[in-house]
Design a protein around this ligand. Structure first.
Ligand code: NAD
Length: 395
């Protein structure tokens, strides 16, 4: 008897989508399943390293790996397109340039920047969510420094990063390392440059123990970063940032890293959701549609019996993708589905090229300095090796 190959459609080529495709293909032959992945870029982007591209310490090829190179020999169709609508009841997905049907759908569309409705912020700030965003930041900062050299306008020599989470802190770490060199090459005194990191909460990096937070602050302050903590950004214009305490900072470079929210295409498509993120069963199927699987930030996963969801991180998206890949094969060929049981290897934050902090392993061993930097580097290499993407290290 000849059975038709099932159509698996994967939305998103980030950590969740890529790992789903790789894992599903390990268990399913081309005769058993046709796999199509739709992504808005032709590349799989290592977003955990984007701060380095924004700062100018690595090349774009190091963080944007062609999907064709990663999946081309695996019988996976790659479609570069923007997903505009998911119709789970019609088993259909609409993109800017077409429409697709499926037998099984994987939604791995990530998260979006949350502006919390702060006036002027979305129109006047940069974000760091893609390689293109990182390029925009680097080019803009350089252009403002050139403008500063020409006019002496202090707003051109002032950078404000809103949000002292890992994204914001890793970014100011790169600035602290790279801008002295950039300034030297332009004949600008680095001490003229003001780099602020504004955090609404009482401290930056609340995921870390106090001693590591202090280490991060002192390391970065020594290299010219000013932290303003316990004060929220309340408004932004093209060249000002207003703070809750009444202070206004004049700056022509505002970068917003203040948080993420679920992907609106997913949140509004009709599958069950909780505050814009899809709710899932223990096998990572939508709680409303068993033919829809979820991986990564667009889903919300709670520990068994827990009230706070797991944080939206790359390591979780990677692991979710592998579980989904396995469970897709089970749905098509039979067997027992795997329950998603995440393993937390830790959290590592870079503070520029030569410094970092981290907590690793089950007992949260604390790392700082070179060991943390090396561990962060190793974690990137481990991931690249896992996806057969070590070629990115050539850049
Ligand atoms: P986040 O939500 O972790 O941090 C955003 C910060 O912005 C918060 O501390 C918040 O208090 C602050 N904030 C919010 N509104 C503000 C306002 N109006 N003014 C000033 N500050 C404000 O966001 P993120 O850093 O983008 O991280 C998102 C997720 O990705 C997290 O789970 C994080 O752990 C993960 N991540 C991990 C790494 C890593 O492992 N190295 C790197 C980047 C991101």
């Amino acid at each position: 008897m000849v059975t038709m190959a099932k159509q698996i459609l994967i939305l998103g080529g980030g950590y969740g989508g890529l790992l789903t495709a790789l894992t599903a293909r390990k268990h399913l032959s081309a005769a058993e399943a046709q796999i199509t992945i739709i992504n808005r870029f032709s590349t799989h982007q290592i977003i955990t390293e984007l701060h380095r591209l924004a700062g100018g310490t690595i090349k774009e090829q190091a963080v944007a790996l062609p999907l064709q190179k990663l999946l081309g020999d695996k019988d996976v169709n790659i479609v570069v397109d923007t997903i505009t609508e998911i119709k789970p009841n019609d088993k259909q997905v609409i993109t800017a340039n077409g429409a697709y049907t499926y037998d099984a759908l994987v939604v791995a569309m990530g998260s979006e920047t949350n502006y919390f409705g702060i006036p002027g912020l979305e129109e006047n700030s940069f974000v760091l969510k893609s390689a293109a965003d990182a390029n925009r930041i680097r080019e803009h900062v350089e252009a403002r420094l050139d403008a500063y050299k020409a006019s002496g306008n202090k707003a051109d020599a002032t950078i404000v990063v809103g949000g002292g989470g890992l994204t914001g802190v890793e970014l100011v770490g790169e600035f602290a390392d790279k801008l002295p060199e950039v300034c030297r090459s332009k004949g600008i005194d680095y001490s003229d440059i003001s780099i602020y990191c504004v955090e609404a909460g009482p401290a930056i990096l609340p995921v870390f123990p106090k001693v590591l937070i202090e280490r991060a602050v002192s390391s970065l302050e020594k290299r010219g970063i000013t932290f303003l903590t316990g004060v929220a950004i309340t408004e932004a214009t093209k060249n000002t940032v207003s703070l809750k305490n009444g202070q206004t900072i004049e700056s022509n470079t505002i970068i917003w890293t203040g948080g993420v929210k679920g992907n609106p295409v997913v949140g509004s498509c009709g599958i069950a959701e909780d505050r814009g993120r899809a709710t899932v069963t223990s096998t990572l199927q939508s709680t409303s549609h068993a033919d829809v699987f979820l991986a990564g930030d667009c889903a919300v996963v709670f520990p068994e019996g827990g009230e706070r969801p797991y944080p939206p991180t790359a390591q979780l998206a990677w692991q979710m993708g592998e579980t989904v890949g396995h469970n897709l094969a089970v749905q098509i060929k039979g067997g027992a589905m795997e329950k998603f049981t995440p393993v937390f290897s830790g959290t590592l934050g870079s503070l520029g090229r030569k410094d970092g902090i981290g907590t690793i392993g089950g007992n949260s061993t604390q790392l700082k300095g070179l060991p943390a930097s090396l561990m962060k580097e190793a974690s990137n290499i481990r991931y690249l090796s896992h996806i057969h993407g070590l070629f990115a290290l050539a850049y």
